[in-house]
Design a protein around this ligand. Sequence first.
Ligand code: ADP
Length: 457
Amino acid sequence: MRSIRREVSIILILCTISGVILSALFVNIAMNATFNKYMVNIQKQRNSRIVSYFEEIYKRDKRWTQNSGAEMMHEAYMSDYCLTLMDNSKKVIWGMNPNDIRNSNHWIMKTEGKGVYSSKTFPIKVDGKVEGYVMVGQYHAVILSEADINFKNSINQGIGLSALVAIIIVALLSLIVSKGFSRPIKKVSETSVQLSKGNYEFRSEIKSNINEINDLIKSINMLGGTLKHQNLLRRRLISDISHEIRTPLNVLQNNLEAMIDGIIPVTEDRLVKLNEEVIRFGELLNNLDLLKRFETEESSVSMKKIPLDKIIRGICKEFLNVAKENNIEIHTNIPEGYYMILGDENKLKQVFINLLSNSVKFNNKKGDIWISLDEEDKEIVARIKDNGIGIKKEDLPYVFERLYRGDKSRHKAIGNGIGLSIVKTVLDIHLARIEVKSEEGIGSEFTIYFPKDKRNN
Ligand code: ADP
């Protein structure tokens, strides 16, 4: 397996190498094409210069001799081409031997080996009359001088050098860039290992300027936070359950032992009190059972089209007496309407019972409860608000957790921390969401958003 760092470096270096190879290839192709054109032009100019030269010679001497234009031979030999002078009946007056230029070192040929000999014959015209011919022959279509070859080589050397510099720069850059990837990912994997070992305090403190990696760091840190919180809840749950069970058991045991030892007399009053403890004990187990049922019965819900307004109105009526006993007034704003949703009636009743009983339980004497139902764009919104003791800011995120109870010293009401987790479980089944706003000493507001039953619209 290879590291991200190595992989990124290899990719970047390979990209640079292929970029350099491609540009070298294109530069060479373009350069050769332009160079060849340029050389062909030069040769054309050379040929017409040779023809003009022989025309001038003929104009001067009016005839051809063995020496006519022989001085051109030196230039031809030095420039790697062959000249042959012929009269107007194409009889050779003088000519160079192609083999003489074959092995010359004056010029460096374009390719290895000397190529195929080819020649072109041009007429020498004086006053519009052809007086002779000159044949120009060479071994290559294009002849490059040493300077030309050097020029081409120096361009290729330049490309090679810039390739080397580019690769070194890219290698250094890739080390820095890949560090930006690998360091945070390494940190994240270290964090996940620590979390898996139960070290829930461990976090990735590193920052990255790559969005996706930053998201990854944030998510692993969030996961750490959630695991820490779950662990806290688990411990709290165990200690809560054991505390809840131990208290009635201790009372029972102490009293029964005292009765057996004859320290306290067995009276009906005492037996009733002990029985109350057994009942409380049983209630706790019932509540845990209820929660388990709500959580495991998720699949056995019977969803029907139900009128939410009627359900809430019915529950409010049931609560009127309890509210009155506690001097609490219930204000309802549930307009007559078509508040149909798809849901399980019994389970939804339990939601409103739990919320209303909390509003009563955590209210002040002469408190108020407001219940309203509204229709928004795609949702039906139910609000249960009270001006009771409110919820502490630090408790707010956890009120829907199983067995989570607020500070017990703040109220006399005895709860078991199950009501709101049942509410959440039921609402999840109904694809509804619940939000809570609360301020200590001011009151709480629970808002439920139900998706509208689309079949009604
Ligand atoms: P329980 O009421 O049995 O304690 P819940 O799950 O219903 O359990 O509620 C969890 C906690 O949330 C309560 O212990 C209480 O601290 C807080 N809470 C819930 N509803 C209200 C409310 N209307 N006003 C103030 N506190 C509330």
